[in-house]
Design a protein around this ligand. Structure first.
Ligand SMILES: Cc1cc2nc3c(=O)[nH]c(=O)nc-3n(C[C@H](O)[C@H](O)[C@H](O)COP(=O)(O)OP(=O)(O)OC[C@H]3O[C@@H](n4cnc5c(N)ncnc54)[C@H](O)[C@@H]3O)c2cc1C
Length: 813
């Protein structure tokens, strides 16, 4: 018989080797359990005619590794000891542990897994407002927006009394307070919707409305208050009879809030009643100077062990009437000139009854940090993402109208390719942040408090908001710089750093919370390993460690397989249509992220926490996978509108490009002796020559920039939920919209006139004279002439900026 050879090898041998490689790949890619691998190795040994000695060795391995108790006692116990000796897992302080344990893991767990279940992710809620909430938005919230004069507020440096009264009367301070306590009992989505609309209208008013509905007395009382405390405060808070603030930050304790020095000391007064003596020095406390009830975080001590829980009880939250003797209030800071109350407060030997003042009563003593972390885990996903989204949408609206209306070199500036780039960025950002805002609120309203996702939402919406306001300022040019009632962007530009700094400053949020906390929390095995090591739980460790090994193996195969096929081996959920490619690429990104995260954890162990440049890049990958998924969810939830696809393409290409850039940073900076080859050989080459995505191309940028400058349903959808003033005498936003409509309506006529100039039917003259000539020569009709005259008049009017007399300027009137 003829022996067919391939490079000197028998063809059967080649088939055999290929078959083995294929089987290994399929098992690895699918994440087959150890038992299947054992069977495959047995089949291979049988095929190779293994010796008895080999079978015995194999049998021992198979028994040891497949029978859990044996594996745990013989292997896992050694691994456990090794981990401890090498200090392989990060040490986690009590405050960090509480932060990690607060809330739940949501879809970020899918993205962390390396094999995201997009079908599940696309079924997660993308919520709508209820009828009652919609009526509130269209009624009282619009009414509030109509009565706000943001310029006056900034000039007078205070919110007028009628606005304060309206806010209180309409229970805007009580949006999160349940109806049974007289509040509005709104969803997180509605709370966010209100903050978005009001903040885009006026940031000082937005912040004032936001704070009582964020982390503070009401929120803490709802979740942890005793019945007596709820009855005492909630009704009054709902109608603004009590104005709350919450004081955590101190000069020595900003980001490191767990290190506060404020103290409370338990003692019994002459009548035997348990009291607490409080001392504090707090700063940057929003609303403090006008508050009537002061929420306080202190370290509670019980020197006489009156509660029987030891001397140091830990961080505790309390509520103190602001007029209590010893409370110092009344001063304020100046947060970038933004006129809202932001204040220092000090307290000297303030005495309060313990049971009534400690949130949760005596049970709540020492539980403050847990309460704060749990509430912040949800709250971070509501207020600041709402402000970032509203600001971004407003910039997209104002910037695009201005670009379409403002002419230079005889052309609307929005037609210049240089301007198209920031225009498309603003539009894409507005579409993306709205998607992320709703998707995140959907989780919170479903009762999940996912701290990693809310940190992603907070960090990215404020950072993207900062990018967008800069883009808008560039487009507005001098019109963005000249302050006055006609400039609706400058105040937001000035105030942008506030959102970056509060509720977890962004640098720390990116490096320590999104990935640092995420790596432990969202990783399917890491935290379980740490916990079982700390608890000396051998079986728990065995389960987590070997689960982790299997996870690494599967993700390595998936990452290589998906890199080689550019994601084609991954599945997209049903109905993905033209977006299927993005699901596949996100699956590819997730697999590579998961394996690289494990390589980083394996190589750096406990030191990973300090490698913030690295964790920051991992955070960016996780963030953009989440934001991309939110955009896909939005598109599906809104009925897969074909006409919105340009925004979806733009957002996903941007997300994937940012993911690629973060990978580039990891690949070029990560040094892991002994492990470097794993990713250098297996993943890095694919990433260099086989990039997940490039940035949106010029054609795409042009399409999106044109769409956002075209009045219509798509433009309105991108800026949905903003207050739209209609008075063109007083409101620049209304004037811009009116001018945009007129300019667009006259565009065809304008083109006709320009064509006539090119064809030398009309002379090369500019301005009104050209249109007079066009009418005279019959190039345009009388109606067309009037249309163009109107558009030119509105165009001229809208590009005017404010001016003041020297006295007006000095007097701020
Ligand atoms: C306008 C305004 C309103 C506020 N309202 C309130 C309020 O109502 N109640 C209240 O209690 N507090 C409030 N704060 C305080 C706010 O929460 C803190 O400003 C915030 O926690 C950051 O603290 P810090 O400003 O001291 O910055 P710092 O902690 O000094 O941080 C400075 C920088 O270092 C970074 N950084 C710190 N640690 C790390 C790390 N480990 N890794 C990487 N980077 C790190 C931060 O990200 C930041 O960029 C408010 C602040 C402002 C400005």
């Amino acid at each position: 018989m003829c022996q067919v050879e391939f490079f000197g090898m028998n063809l059967h041998a080649v088939y055999f080797i290929l078959g083995c490689l294929f089987t290994v790949f399929v098992l690895g890619f699918a994440g087959a359990p150890l038992l299947l691998w054992t069977g495959a190795v047995a089949a291979l040994m049988y095929g190779l005619g293994a010796s008895t000695a080999c079978w015995i060795a194999f049998g021992i391995f198979a028994v040891v590794f497949n029978i859990r108790p044996i594996r745990a006692y013989l292997v896992s116990s050694l691994v456990m000891k090794l981990f401890k000796v090498l200090e392989f897992v990060p040490t986690i302080s009590e405050t960090e542990r509480t932060a990690i344990e607060a809330g739940a893991v949501w879809v970020e767990g899918e993205l962390f897994s390396g094999k995201p279940n997009f079908t599940r992710m696309m079924k997660e809620s993308y919520p709508e407002l209820t009828t009652e909430e919609k009526a509130f938005m269209n009624g009282p919230v619009n009414e509030l927006c109509a009565m706000i004069d943001d310029w006056r507020i900034w000039q007078d440096r205070e919110i007028p009394k009628n606005v304060w009264d309206f806010i209180k009367k309409q229970k805007l301070f009580g949006m999160i307070i349940p109806k049974e306590y007289g509040g509005l009992g709104f969803s997180a989505l509605c709370n966010s919707e209100v903050v978005k609309k009001v903040s885009a209208r006026s940031l000082p008013v937005g912040i004032t409305v936001m704070v009582p509905n964020s982390l503070g007395p009401a929120e803490l009382l709802i979740h942890y208050g005793t019945q007596a405390q709820k009855d005492r405060y909630l009704r009054k808070l709902a109608i603004g009879e009590e104005v709350p603030c919450f004081a955590l930050t101190e000069p020595g304790a900003g980001s490191d809030a767990g290190s506060i020095q404020a103290t409370g000391e338990l003692f019994k007064d002459a009548s035997g009643k348990l009291m607490v003596k409080l001392n504090w020095e707090k700063r940057w406390i929003t609303l403090a100077a006008v508050s009537t009830v002061l929420g306080l975080a202190v370290k509670l001590k019980d020197p006489q062990n009156l509660l029987g829980k030891g001397e140091d009880l830990g961080i505790t939250c309390l509520l103190i009437p602001s007029n209590s003797p010893g409370v110092q209030l009344g001063r304020r800071h100046d947060p970038l000139g933004v006129p809202f109350y932001n204040c220092p407060t000090r307290g000297k030997d303030v005495i309060a009854p313990a049971e009534e003042s400690i949130i949760g009563g005596l049970e709540g003593a020492g539980q403050g940090w847990k309460m704060l972390m749990e509430c912040l885990g949800a709250g971070r996903g509501i207020s600041l993402p709402a402000q970032g989204t509203g600001g971004t949408q407003l910039c997209a609206l104002i910037g695009s109208a201005h670009a379409a209306v403002r002419k230079q070199f005889g052309v609307a500036i929005g037609k210049f390719e240089g301007i198209e780039e920031p225009l498309a960025r603003m539009a894409g950002n507005a579409y993306l942040l709205e998607a992320s805002r709703r998707y995140t609120c959907g989780a919170i309203d479903s009762g999940i408090k996912p701290p990693v996702v809310t940190a992603i939402a907070k960090f990215n919406s404020t950072e993207i908001g900062r990018e967008t306001v800069n883009d808008c300022m560039d487009i507005l040019g001098g019109a963005g710089i000249s302050r006055g009632p006609r400039n609706v962007i400058a105040n937001g530009y000035i105030a942008t750093p506030i959102g970056i700094t509060v509720e977890g400053a962004n640098i720390l949020t990116r490096t320590l919370i999104i990935f640092g906390q995420g790596a432990l929390r969202a990783h399917p095995f890491a935290f379980k390993e740490v916990q079982s090591l700390e608890d000396n739980n051998l079986m728990g460790f065995d389960h987590a460690f070997w689960g982790h090994v299997g996870h690494v193996v599967r993700n390595l195969f998936r990452s290589v397989g998906l890199s080689l096929t550019r994601g084609r081996l991954a599945c997209a959920p049903a109905g993905a249509g033209p977006t299927a490619v993005y699901f596949k690429k996100l699956a590819w990104a997730s697999a590579s992220f998961a394996i690289m995260a494990d390589v980083a954890m394996g190589a750096l162990g406990g030191k990973l926490k300090q490698a913030e440049k690295l964790t920051g890049r991992f955070a960016d990958i996780l963030s953009w996978m989440y934001l991309g998924s939110a955009v896909l969810r939005r598109w599906q939830a809104e009925g897969c509108r074909k006409e919105d696809l340009p925004f979806v393409h733009y957002c996903l290409e941007t997300a994937l490009f940012n993911i690629q850039q973060a990978f580039d940073g990891i690949f070029s900076n990560f040094r892991a002796p002994g492990l470097t080859w794993v990713f250098r050989i297996l993943i890095s080459p694919w990433s260099r020559m086989n990039r997940i995505s490039s940035a949106p191309g010029d054609e795409r940028v042009h399409t999106v920039a044109s769409l956002i400058q075209t009045p219509g349903a798509q433009r309105s959808r991108v800026c949905e939920g903003l207050y739209m003033p209609t008075d063109t005498n007083t409101e620049q936003q209304a004037r811009l919209e009116e001018a945009l409509l007129a300019v667009k309506a006259a565009e065809d006529t304008d083109r006709k006139v320009k064509k006539a100039v090119r064809e030398k039917q009309l002379p090369k003259i500019k301005g009104a004279k050209l249109y007079d000539e066009a009418l005279k020569k019959g190039v345009i009709t009388q109606a067309e002439f009037e249309m163009i005259a109107k558009s030119e008049k509105l165009r001229w009017n809208v590009i005017q900026v404010d001016e003041f007399t020297l006295e007006e300027y000095a007097s701020r009137k």
